[in-house]
Design a protein around this ligand. Structure first.
Ligand SMILES: Cc1cc2nc3c(=O)[nH]c(=O)nc-3n(C[C@H](O)[C@H](O)[C@H](O)COP(=O)(O)OP(=O)(O)OC[C@H]3O[C@@H](n4cnc5c(N)ncnc54)[C@H](O)[C@@H]3O)c2cc1C
Length: 447
């Protein structure tokens, strides 16, 4: 048995389990260090690796949905986690849902039996100094490592509840009831491409009342509700007064509605979510209202009456690093290139996305160990879209927010196509572009 690993992977969740497997399959000796059951996060309940802490669904399995497309790419890349999920699937319509214990046992067994993997059950309290390491400790990073990561890479938002705002598809925003303008008509750096969705006085107060009364997702018992003051959910603002939104994210000042030549009573601003202008987020509209409530209440705004939500707002405790500023193009930590982050902690959301970022971090590590540089996945693929999200440098004012996989992360088609066919065409293109990229990185036996 070997003593010194080639690579250490910290955290045996969705990302860490996948990363350890991929590296082991490529001949590297891997120490997979998992703190369970020595220490358990408030959400984890079993000693199994790859534990699904909440839902047992890995979401849609159809390529015309973001999560489905990403899973298709993961399968093509030889993902062990998705393979185990397929083997333990339970009927769930077009979604891939799993029997979670069978799934966790399968992943744990496969890793435990792999000759290149050693599973160590202990809490990691510090960053390793020399060994190439992937840190995949997830949203509930524990031990001294949590403090270390926060101090060095997380800024003051680590451990706060993270609220995210909904995202809507650009072509579902009603142009008749919205207008493009930046505040005070300022140039692009002030957001000349904002789409503004006005509300009159009566509608504004009705809207605020509905937000106040809406069903909210409550925090898990173990979580203490402490919000980041600079990123308050709208329902918290509404609780502070019915005009708070009108003076906050819904303030109309400096925004002339071309229909009236005046500022509306209130408005929702939509900001492009990507460089392709196919998706827009509701600026300042982070919320923990239940999804059906979000759809119902936001549809009261005339411009959003038929909005297609690519992502709903949500809120949960989160631990993520400032990836665009601290990670290089091989997912390496710029300040200490033998370290990489992977999984949810890089600023992606969801089981499948975390798994994908574990796989990608392993590919970058493998290339590095062989003295090579790996080209990033094409931007037209789901992998590429997620990678660009965590890697793309941002303007100083643009906040880095975690994302799940959605079609807004990939470029539009660049030609006209019927709306119904667009996602299928983007998905086909993604798979076509992904195949040659992934073939060059598959382990010899799998290619
Ligand atoms: C309460 C809650 C509910 C969620 N519900 C969902 C959901 O329904 N659907 C969904 O898609 N996503 C959900 N998520 C997000 C989910 O956590 C991620 O999608 C996914 O689990 C992240 O994968 P990961 O590998 O990055 O982290 P994890 O799966 O959390 O794995 C991290 C692993 O690292 C270990 N670890 C942590 N610190 C240390 C340390 N210092 N030393 C050694 N080991 C350590 C942990 O024990 C854990 O096993 C939820 C998150 C939370 C907190």
């Amino acid at each position: 048995m070997w003593t010194e690993p080639d690579v250490m992977v910290i955290g045996g969740g969705l990302a860490g389990a996948e990363a350890a497997w991929q590296l082991a399959q490529r001949g590297h000796k891997v120490s997979l260090v998992e703190m369970k059951p020595v220490a358990m996060s408030p959400a984890h309940q079993t000693p199994l690796l790859c534990e699904l802490v909440c839902s047992n669904s890995l979401r849609s399995d159809e390529p015309v949905a973001g999560a489905g497309l990403l899973k298709q790419e993961l399968r093509r890349a030889g993902s062990m986690v998705i393979d185990a999920a397929d083997a333990h699937a339970v009927p769930a319509g077009s979604a891939l849902a799993v029997e979670r214990f069978g799934f966790g046992r399968a992943v744990t067994t496969r890793l435990a039996l792999h000759p290149n993997v050693r599973i160590e059950r202990r809490v990691v309290d510090d960053l390793p100094a020399k060994t190439p390491t992937i840190i995949a400790t997830g949203p509930l990073t524990g031990g001294g490592l949590a403090t270390k990561v926060r101090e060095l890479f997380g800024g003051d938002r680590l451990f706060f509840y993270d609220a995210i705002a909904p995202i809507v598809a650009a072509d579902s925003i009603d142009p008749e009831h919205s207008f493009r303008a930046s505040r005070w008509g300022k140039g692009d750096d002030e957001g000349g491409d904002y789409i503004n969705c006005p509300l009159d006085k009566t509608l504004y107060y009705e809207f605020v009342r509905e937000i106040a009364a809406a069903r909210k997702i409550s925090a898990q018992g173990f979580e203490e509700m402490r919000f980041f003051e600079g990123c308050l959910p709208i329902e918290v603002m509404v609780r502070r007064g019915e005009d708070v939104l009108r003076h906050g994210p819904m303030r109309p000042v400096g925004l002339d509605d071309p229909k009236t030549g005046r500022w509306p009573y209130a408005l929702i601003q939509l900001r492009p979510e990507n460089q392709y202008l196919t998706a827009y987020n509701l600026v300042g509209f982070q919320t923990r209202m239940a999804y059906p409530e979000q759809k119902r209440i936001f549809s009261m705004v005339p411009a959003l009456a038929n909005a297609e939500f690519l992502r709903f707002g949500s809120i949960h405790r989160n631990t993520f690093v400032d990836s665009p500023n601290i990670l290089g193009d091989q997912m390496q930590l710029l300040a200490q290139p033998n370290l990489r982050f992977a999984g949810l902690i890089t600023g992606v959301e969801g089981y499948v996305e975390s798994c994908a970022m574990g796989l990608l971090a392993a590919l970058f590590t493998d290339a590095n160990l062989r003295g090579k540089t790996l080209e990033a996945p094409p931007e037209t693929t789901a992998f590429g879209g997620l990678f660009n999200h965590i890697h793309r440098p941002r303007a100083r004012k643009e906040k880095f927010e975690p994302t799940n996989i959605n079609f807004g992360l990939m470029p539009g088609l660049g030609y006209k196509a019927k709306k119904k066919e667009r996602k299928k065409l983007i998905a086909d293109r993604a798979f076509e572009d992904f195949t040659p990229w992934v073939q060059s990185v598959l382990p010899v036996s799998a290619s």
